[in-house]
Write a protein that binds this ligand. Structure first.
Ligand SMILES: NC(=O)C1=CN([C@@H]2O[C@H](COP(=O)(O)OP(=O)(O)OC[C@H]3O[C@@H](n4cnc5c(N)ncnc54)[C@H](OP(=O)(O)O)[C@@H]3O)[C@@H](O)[C@H]2O)C=CC1
Ligand SMILES: O=C(O)[C@@H]1CCC=N1
Length: 264
């Protein structure tokens, strides 16, 4: 696949890393206006770094847009006359609806909206996707890319904002939970390095149990909570202090904010 990432910033570079590590492209163009920070990617075979979006579009089939929302319109205007039937447009832009993209490039383009997260850099992104009507014919291509770099699901466009909160912002939320566990482990006597090992690998184990068994979390909790034991003591104390409630309220606050941003 001939892929271009238009806007190789935080997310764009994470996608590039995932593609490079997984050898998931034929050629890869990375663009940004100031290319200094991404020059090192040219060390990889078949990777081209440029500030010329038009060159990237002409030489690629899959166009992944990863710029800030206010930058997308201008870029679409810049490249729209170069689009042909070979192109699939994948936008990762938060809150930028498909009809706004269609208004610039036309309905007759294969348009996909995707919301990956930064774990794409290590091939573990949870990516949610939707498409315009024409894009349905090529969404399998996007699925193939994002499944190489993690797991993907197709959702309705009206769920993209919620998916952004749970999956994209979710990386930050889970990081904070891991950090809090690390702080607790230090207080219980582990040095910082060991504490982080314990916290992150236990988190990975918990998620893997559910992913691999398809079970409900409470079923796994039942296996760990010895009656009158230390686990239920700790768990109930956390809940008295609002663990679940605090998480849910945070997700709601994030969702409210994302809806406000996209209305602006
Ligand atoms: N960070 C995340 O976890 C996630 C982010 N997103 C979404 O992805 C998008 C990008 O986010 P993020 O990576 O954090 O943002 P960044 O600001 O880190 O990256 C955007 C990049 O676009 C480049 N850029 C700006 N204008 C142009 C242009 N005309 N042509 C080519 N490149 C350009 C910028 O570089 P320069 O100024 O040098 O041109 C910059 O490196 C956002 O819309 C965000 O909502 C989605 C999911 C997760
Ligand atoms: O924080 C934000 O608004 C963006 C959207 C998801 C990740 N970063």
């Amino acid at each position: 696949m001939k892929i271009a990432i238009i806007g190789a910033g935080n997310l764009g570079k994470s996608i590039a890393k995932g593609l490079i590590v997984n050898n998931a492209f034929t050629t890869l163009y990375l663009t940004k206006r100031n290319t200094e920070a991404i020059k090192s990617y040219e060390e990889y075979s078949k990777v081209t770094v440029t500030s010329d979006n038009q060159e990237a579009v002409k030489n690629s089939d899959i166009l992944i847009f990863a710029v800030q929302p206010q930058q997308l319109e201008r870029i679409l205007e810049e490249i729209k006359d170069l689009l042909t039937d070979k192109h699939v447009l994948i936008s990762t832009i938060t809150g930028f609806k498909i009809d706004r993209i269609e208004a610039i490039v036309g309905k007759d383009q294969f348009i996909i909206r995707a919301m990956p997260n930064t774990a794409i850099a290590v091939g573990k992104s949870m990516t949610c996707m939707c498409s315009n009507e024409k894009g349905e014919k090529r969404i399998a291509i996007a699925e193939a890319i994002f499944n190489r770099l993690g797991t993907s699901i197709i959702i309705k466009e009206n769920k993209m904002q919620a998916a952004t909160v749970i999956c994209a912002s979710g990386i930050a939320f889970w990081m904070r939970l891991i950090r809090a566990t690390t702080q607790g482990a230090v207080q219980l006597g582990f040095d910082a390095k060991d504490a982080q090992q314990l916290a992150m690998n236990t988190c990975l184990g918990a998620a893997s149990l559910l992913v691999e068994s398809g079970k409900h979390p409470e079923e796994e909790i039942d296996k760990v909570t010895t009656p009158k034991g230390c686990t239920i003591e700790g768990l109930n104390e956390m809940e008295h202090n609002g663990l679940s409630s605090s998480l849910i309220k945070g997700l709601q606050a994030s969702f409210k904010k994302i809806n406000n941003i996209s209305e602006q």
